[in-house]
Design a protein around this ligand. Sequence first.
Ligand code: ATP
Ligand code: MG
Length: 397
Amino acid sequence: MEIEYQELILIRLGEIALKGLNRHKFETRLISNLRYRLRDLGKFKIYQDQSRMYIEKRPQDEFDFPTREILQRIKDVFGYVSASPVRRFTNDIDILFAQVKEYVDELYADGGKHSFKFETRRIDKNFPLNSYQLNCDLGKKVLNAYPEQARVDVHNPDYLFQIEIRQDIYLYHEIQPAYSGLPVGTSGTGMLLLSGGIDSPVAGFQMASRGLQLEAIYFHTFPYTGDQAKQKVIDLATRISNFSGRLPLHIVDFTEIQLELNQKVPSEMLTVVMRRMMMRIADRLAEKNNINCLITGESLGQVASQTVDALRCTNSVVDRPVFRPLIGIDKNDTIKLAREINTYDTSILPYDDCCTIFVAKHPKINPNQTDCKQAEKDLDIELLVEQGLNNIETIII
Ligand code: ATP
Ligand code: MG
């Protein structure tokens, strides 16, 4: 008998399957995000059915379905729990046995010892064997075919063969876990303050995983921070865009502002005032671009500008919510995540950012509002903010 099946990818929805009336919005967005992530591999049929989605070849297409590439790409898409490569074939008992045989033969061809278990869901109640009988019959066939290699393990099998008998039959065993979260674009938009460091890319990743669509802003202090530092931020933004999709990166020419601050602000307050200027400019750009919140990579106590008092000083100049997903996260865990999302190696390249160049030897640890007002008294804040906004280069990534 000729073995014919269609390969497709099954996606399990988590949180969004529990949504109420607006569930449709989340599903539509997830489908369009999946399409976007796969755009250069081709067009596919992507559809939703109950708490799942499927990706498959369109009937009119001739090419082989690129299962592995698709699985690799969709790892980076937020909003589902796991994915499996699946074989689908005609609902027929002989075909089922033949398909399972071929599937199992491929897996045991490596000569290794592998335990297994069958799990059948018989949604089509007209199918001649019930789930229990099928599991037993199929299990016996595997044991007979591979007496040396195969053994049943009902608790922790190497291969959990899953069979779903619907209008067609679905067969699979592999499960690729995903990052879960919510589809990007379903929670509004966020302006990520992106430096070349380890933290802010991870913060962007975290907030994108809760459904925020991102734009990024980078304050560039050329020539104190060079072209390599700028390229590093572009590279980081490119990595983040794997997860977040289209990502406008706004590069602010911050040099004159920084020099003005250096002249007019007492050195112990320089970092906090600089952070306040960044926040003001980011906030105004957010206002202009209809962005709902700001995101930073700050973590409590990490440096002098990240004490509770200093954070209050930077918060108080903006009125949009500022999300700091790393605020309570240990640096080692942030590094682990940075490695996982592939930003770490770029982040640790040794090009200075403005915060390391212009940092004071003894910054004030517990600045308050009065200190800030006092430190900013010689600055024309509005003029400096305008100056920042008027000197932005935007790159769409
Ligand atoms: P990171 O690793 O993200 O650079 P950090 O631990 O070095 O963070 P700071 O340098 O104090 O901490 O910066 C705190 C946050 O301020 C950063 O996470 C980032 O969100 C923002 N930030 C700092 N410098 C810049 C910059 N040049 N452009 C844009 N945002 C910046
Ligand atoms: Mg930094």
